[in-house]
Design a protein around this ligand. Structure first.
Ligand code: C2E
Ligand code: CA
Ligand code: CA
Length: 745
C-alpha cells in the first residue's frame, strides 16, 4: 500500500506510528523501515515491492522522508527503526553520509541497519566510512530489483533483530544486577520474596499473578507461601498445599521435585532457587507461552543470582542473629537491647521504663554448684521473667546474670518483676530459691542514648545490690554524680598504681600488758603527685567495686610479706604481719593459692601472717568461705575480725567461723570515756574471753584508754599513742629505738 507522500498527511501517518515509541527497540509489532529519497517514485517503487511483507512474523511498514531535514526530524522521534534506506546524493554530494552520521551520533540509533543507494555508480564511500558508520550495504538503484531488495531487507531486519536481542539481554542483566543490592537489603524473608516477585515481573514485563513459596521443613510438602500477587494474594502466609489444584500448583511441584525451572505448555513458569546451605524457594509467574522475554538462559542467570543472594542473606541473617541473640537463654542480647532503646528514644516514648534485674549471689551459686547449674538457673529465670511479661515488652540478657526489660510503665512494674522468683525454681528436679534485685530508670523526655540509660539503670542496680538486696530502686540524678566521681577516682587509682604512687605503712600492735610487739598491721597509702594523701576509706571501696582490689590486694599481700622477710632477716621482726583483706578477695577462688604463693616466695610460714577480714564476710555463702578460712588456718595463718561491732548484727558467725582474734573498732575505743562506749568495749572483751578469742583494741590515742582496756581484760592494742603507721624506713628506725619491745619474740 502506498503511503501518501503529501506533507500534511505524512505528518499524521508518522505520528500514528510514533504512538508506539515507548516500545523498546526490536520489540514492536512491526518492522519499520525509513526510506529517504527526494524522488517520490523511489518511495512508491519500494513500497510496492515490499509493503506488508511478513518478516519473522511481523509486517514491514515504511516511513518516508523526502529531504534530509525531514529525515532528521523523524529520526529524533522514532526509536524503533529496523532499517534506513538512504539516497546518497539526494540534495548535496555528501548529504547521505551526513545523515548516516546523524543516525549514529545524534539520534543514537546504534542497531538500526543502514543501506545506501545511489543512482550513479562510482559514488561508493570508502571502506573506512562503511566500517565507521556500520553501514550494511551499498547499492546502485539499478541493482535493486524486487528480489534483491527483499533479500537485502531480510538480512538487515535479521541483524537488527539480533542486535536488539543482545541489547535486551544486556539491559536485563543490568536489571538483575541492579536489583541484587535492593534484594540483599530486604529485612525479612517475606520482604525478600515480595521483592523477588516484583523484580521478576519487571524482568518478564508482566503484571500478572505470581507467588513465592519458601521451604520450611525438610519435606517437599513443607512449603509456605511467602508473597503473592493478583489472584494468589489471599494465599500469603498459608501452606502451599492449600492452593487449589491447577497449573500453578503443578508447575511449582515440578520445580520443587526436579529442583529446576519448569515452563508450562500453556503458559506459566516456575523457577527453582536453591542453595545447598539454605532452604529452597520456588516462584510461580503467570506468563503467556509466546512471551518474547522468556529467554531460558537469562532466567538461569537470574536464578543463579537469586540463589547467591539467598545464601548471602542467609549468611547475613545468621551473622545478625549471632550478633544480636543470646543462645544460652534464647533472648536478645545487649546490642539488640541498646538498639531497641535507641529506637524507643527516637520515637520519644517517655512513658517507658528500662529495668535491669540481677540474680542475687549468682556468682557464688555458680562457683558452688558448677556452671551447668548456673546455666540452667539463668534459663529458668529468663523463662520466669518472659512468662510474667506481655509479649510486646522487650526482655534481653545484658550480660552474666543481668536481664533487661523495656516496656511501658503500665506493662512493666519492678515489684512484679521481682515477684517472679518468689516460688522456687526447679533445676534438674531440685527446688532452688533465688532472689532478684532490680534497678530501673524512666525514659527521659529529652532523648538520651540507649547506652547512657543502661548505665543509669546499672547505677541504680548496683546501689540496690549494695543497700537493698532483693528490692527495686529507681535511678536518681544524684546517684549518677556520685558514680561519675567514683569512676574518676577509679581511673586515677589505676594511673596511681602504674606510677607507683601507692605504698604500705606499718602500725605496731602491742601486748597491752607486757608491751611486747606482737605484730604489725600493713595499711595502704596513696600519695598523689602534688603530695596529697587520699585515704584508703575512699579508694578501697572503689577498688572493690571495680574488681581492681584483686590485683591491688595481691600487691599488698606480697609487699607486706616481703617486708616481713626483710625484718626477719635483720632480726627486727615481730611475730606476725597483719594484712587487711577485702571480702571481694576472699570470694576469689584463687585466693588461698595466692596467699600460699606469697608466703612461699618470701620463705615465710603461715604463722607469720594474719588476715584481717570484716564482719561483712558473715553474709558470704558459708561453704566457700569456710573452706577458704579452714585451709588458711591449716597453714597456720591466723584470722582476725576487723571493725568488730560496726557491721553485722548477728553474732552467730563468731562461733561458726574459724577465727583467732577480734579487733574492737576504733570508734568504740574513742568512746571509752563515756559509759555507753565503755560498755561496748567491755562486752566485746567478755565475748572474746567466752569464745576463746584474743581481743585487740584499735585507735588507742592516750594512756587512759590503754589502762581502761587493760582493766577490761583486753589483751592487745594499737593506736597513735603507741605508734603511728610508718613507712618501712621509719619502721626499721622505730624498731631499732625500741629493742625492749622485741625481746620476747
Ligand atoms: P582499719 O583496718 O580499721 O585500719 C585501721 C585504721 O585506723 C587505719 O586507717 C589507721 O591509720 C587508723 N588508726 C590507727 N591508729 C589510730 C588511732 O589511734 N586513732 C585513729 N583515729 N585512727 C587510727 P587507714 O590507714 O586510713 O585505713 C582505713 C581503712 O582502710 C582500714 O581500716 C581498712 O579497712 C582499709 N584499708 C587500709 N589498707 C588496706 C588494705 O591494704 N587492704 C584493704 N582491703 N583495706 C585496707
Ligand atoms: Ca584493719
Ligand atoms: Ca578496724
Amino acid at each position: 500500500m502506498w503511503c501518501n507522500p503529501a506533507p500534511g498527511a505524512r505528518d499524521t501517518g508518522l505520528s500514528t506510528l510514533h504512538g508506539a515509541q515507548a516500545v523498546e527497540q526490536g520489540t514492536g509489532l512491526q518492522w519499520r523501515v525509513l526510506v529517504v529519497d527526494n524522488d517520490p517514485d523511489v518511495h512508491a517503487a519500494t513500497c510496492a515491492a515490499l509493503e506488508g511483507q511478513l518478516l519473522f512474523e511481523r509486517p514491514l511498514v515504511f516511513m518516508h522522508a523526502f529531504s534530509g531535514d525531514e529525515a532528521r526530524a523523524l529520526l529524533l522521534r522514532e526509536h524503533d527503526l529496523a532499517m534506513v534506506l538512504i539516497d546518497v546524493v539526494s540534495e548535496r554530494a555528501c548529504s547521505g553520509l551526513d545523515l548516516v552520521d546523524f543516525i549514529r551520533h545524534t539520534a543514537g540509533l546504534r542497531n538500526t541497519r543502514i543501506v545506501l543507494r545511489t543512482g550513479l555508480p562510482g559514488q561508493v564511500p570508502d571502506l573506512e566510512t562503511l566500517l565507521r558508520y556500520d553501514i550494511n550495504d551499498y547499492r546502485t538503484k539499478a541493482e535493486l530489483t524486487r528480489d534483491r531488495l527483499l533479500a537485502m531487507v531480510v538480512t538487515a531486519v535479521r541483524s537488527y533483530k539480533q542486535l536488539c536481542a543482545v541489547d535486551a539481554s544486556r539491559v536485563n542483566l543490568e536489571l538483575i544486577l541492579r536489583s541484587s543490592a535492593s534484594l540483599l537489603e530486604t529485612k525479612d524473608a517475606c520482604e525478600f520474596a515480595s521483592a523477588v516477585l516484583i523484580q521478576l515481573s519487571a524482568l518478564l514485563k508482566v503484571e500478572g499473578d505470581g507467588l513465592v513459596c519458601a521451604q520450611r521443613g525438610e519435606r517437599v510438602g513443607d512449603y509456605c507461601v511467602q508473597a503473592a500477587t493478583g489472584r494468589f494474594g489471599e494465599f500469603t502466609g498459608l501452606p502451599l498445599a492449600l492452593l487449589p489444584p491447577g497449573p500453578a500448583l503443578n508447575l511449582l511441584e515440578a520445580a520443587m521435585n526436579g529442583r529446576c525451572n519448569v515452563y508450562g505448555e500453556h503458559g506459566g513458569l516456575a523457577l527453582h532457587i536453591g542453595h545447598k546451605d539454605e532452604k529452597d524457594i520456588v516462584v510461580f509467574v503467570d506468563v503467556p507461552t509466546t512471551h518474547s522475554a522468556l529467554d531460558p538462559q537469562l532466567l538461569d542467570v537470574l536464578c543463579a543470582n537469586l540463589s547467591t543472594l539467598l545464601h548471602n542473606r542467609g549468611l547475613l541473617g545468621r551473622l545478625h542473629d549471632s550478633a544480636y541473640h543470646d543462645p544460652l537463654v534464647n533472648l536478645p542480647n545487649r546490642s539488640h537491647f541498646i538498639e531497641k532503646v535507641n529506637e524507643c528514644e527516637r520515637q520519644g516514648m517517655d512513658d517507658y521504663i528500662l529495668a535491669l534485674i540481677d540474680i542475687d549471689d549468682f556468682s557464688a551459686t555458680n562457683d558452688m554448684m558448677g556452671h551447668h547449674f548456673g546455666d540452667r538457673l539463668l534459663e529458668k529465670v529468663a523463662r520466669r521473667l518472659q512468662d510474667s511479661l506481655p509479649s510486646d515488652v522487650l526482655l534481653a540478657r545484658l550480660g552474666a546474670d543481668t536481664f533487661a526489660v523495656l516496656g511501658s510503665v503500665q506493662q512493666v512494674q519492678p515489684r512484679r518483676l521481682l515477684e517472679c522468683a518468689l516460688q522456687p525454681l526447679h533445676i534438674d528436679g531440685v527446688p532452688h530459691k533465688v532472689s532478684l534485685t532490680c534497678g530501673y530508670v524512666l525514659l527521659p523526655k529529652a532523648p538520651q542514648p540507649g547506652a547512657d540509660l543502661i548505665k543509669d539503670a546499672t547505677i541504680a542496680l548496683k546501689r540496690a545490690k549494695r543497700d537493698h538486696r532483693g528490692q527495686h530502686l529507681r535511678y536518681a540524678d544524684q546517684m549518677g554524680t556520685e558514680a561519675r566521681a567514683r569512676a574518676v577516682l577509679l581511673s586515677k587509682l589505676r594511673e596511681a598504681i602504674e606510677k607507683q604512687q601507692l605504698f604500705l605503712v606499718y602500725q605496731p600492735q602491742l601486748n597491752l600488758d607486757t608491751q611486747q610487739l606482737i605484730g604489725l598491721e600493713a595499711l595502704l597509702r596513696w600519695r598523689t603527685e602534688d603530695n596529697r594523701f587520699i585515704p584508703p576509706d575512699q579508694f578501697i571501696p572503689v577498688a572493690e567495686h571495680s574488681g581492681l582490689i584483686l590485683a591491688l590486694g595481691q600487691w599488698v599481700l606480697s609487699t607486706a610479706c616481703a617486708t616481713m622477710r626483710e625484718l626477719l632477716d635483720t632480726g627486727l621482726a615481730p611475730r606476725r604481719m597483719a594484712v587487711n583483706v577485702s571480702t571481694v578477695q576472699l570470694q576469689d577462688a584463687g585466693f588461698f593459692d595466692l596467699v600460699r604463693a606469697a608466703l612461699a616466695a618470701n620463705g615465710l610460714q603461715g604463722r607469720h601472717l594474719e588476715l584481717e577480714i570484716t564482719e561483712s564476710v558473715a553474709a558470704l555463702p558459708t561453704k566457700l568461705l569456710d573452706s577458704t578460712l579452714c585451709a588458711l588456718r591449716a597453714e597456720g595463718v591466723s584470722i582476725a575480725i576487723d571493725d568488730f561491732g560496726t557491721g553485722y548484727s548477728s553474732l552467730s558467725y563468731l562461733e561458726r567461723l574459724p577465727l583467732d582474734r577480734i579487733k574492737i573498732d576504733r570508734s568504740f575505743t574513742r568512746q571509752l570515756g563515756d559509759p555507753h562506749g565503755a560498755r561496748i568495749a567491755e562486752m566485746v572483751a567478755e565475748l572474746g574471753r567466752k569464745l576463746g578469742l584474743t581481743v585487740l583494741a584499735e585507735g588507742i590515742e592516750d594512756a587512759g584508754a590503754w589502762q581502761a582496756l587493760l582493766a577490761m581484760g583486753c589483751q592487745e592494742g594499737q593506736g597513735y599513742h603507741i605508734a603511728m603507721p610508718m613507712d618501712k624506713a621509719e619502721l626499721i628506725h622505730w624498731l631499732g629505738r625500741h629493742p625492749e619491745r622485741l625481746r620476747a619474740t
